[in-house]
Design a protein around this ligand. Structure first.
Ligand code: SF4
Length: 207
């Protein structure tokens, strides 16, 4: 590995350790474990089917079922028919689950403060780099595919000459910059493999 690669990997490792320790602390205070916290946070934001949730969290349906059963026994989750498919069921947060999820910080406060303190250019560059790293890991099948701009059929990277807002979202028909690249967008629709590969190449090439 090059020296820069070593340093970046070391930095990511340090941030991961810090995040994991913070998540364990929050989970313990709430009487949950970190996986249960993640499940509750996701379904409080958007009801999901078991299979989709397992895929998004990168765990097996069997371990997810155990965690869902534990959360259901605490009255925080329940299963209900999916309005989009009468034969399928999805997991939703109960009122108590929503209330508990609202008490969970999106990220450790110290980390949020550090990121918020970045200048606009550094923040945009960091988000662009993280987007490329995550897409690369998805391509290697190391992490699940997310609802991110780089895999969205509405994403048009570097469609405009404007250096501040070079990209275009065809869903809202608006230009946007690196700082607004999304990693989990509710309006995402999956692009073809060819289109996603093209978008990735364009974003990676035009720095
Ligand atoms: S719909 Fe969402 S994910 Fe798709 S390009 Fe627009 S902002 Fe990105």
């Amino acid at each position: 590995m090059s020296s820069a690669t070593n340093q970046i990997v070391a930095a990511l490792q340090r941030l991961t350790l810090f995040w994991r320790a913070s998540l364990w602390k929050v989970a313990k205070e709430l009487g949950l474990n970190p996986t249960q916290c993640e499940i509750l946070t996701r379904v409080a934001a958007r009801p999901e089917r078991l299979a989709d949730l397992a895929l998004a969290l990168g765990i097996t349906q069997a371990s997810l079922s155990d965690s869902v059963a534990a959360l259901a026994s605490k009255g925080l989750l329940r299963r209900q028919p999916d309005p989009a498919d009468g034969r399928a069921r999805r997991i939703v947060a109960t009122e108590a689950g929503q209330a508990l999820a609202a008490r969970m910080p999106e990220a450790p406060e110290a980390l949020q403060g550090a990121v918020a303190g970045l200048g606009a250019i550094d923040a945009a560059g960091l988000l662009r780099s993280l987007t490329l790293i995550i897409r690369s890991l998805q391509e290697a099948q190391a992490i699940p595919v997310q609802h991110m701009c780089l895999t969205c059929r509405y994403f048009r990277p570097h469609a405009h000459d404007d250096p501040v807002r070079p990209h275009h979202c065809a869903f809202v028909d608006a230009a946007f910059g690196d700082a607004a690249l999304r990693l989990d967008c509710a309006d995402h629709e999956t692009a073809t493999e060819e289109a996603a590969a093209r978008a990735w190449a364009v974003l990676a090439e035009v720095g």
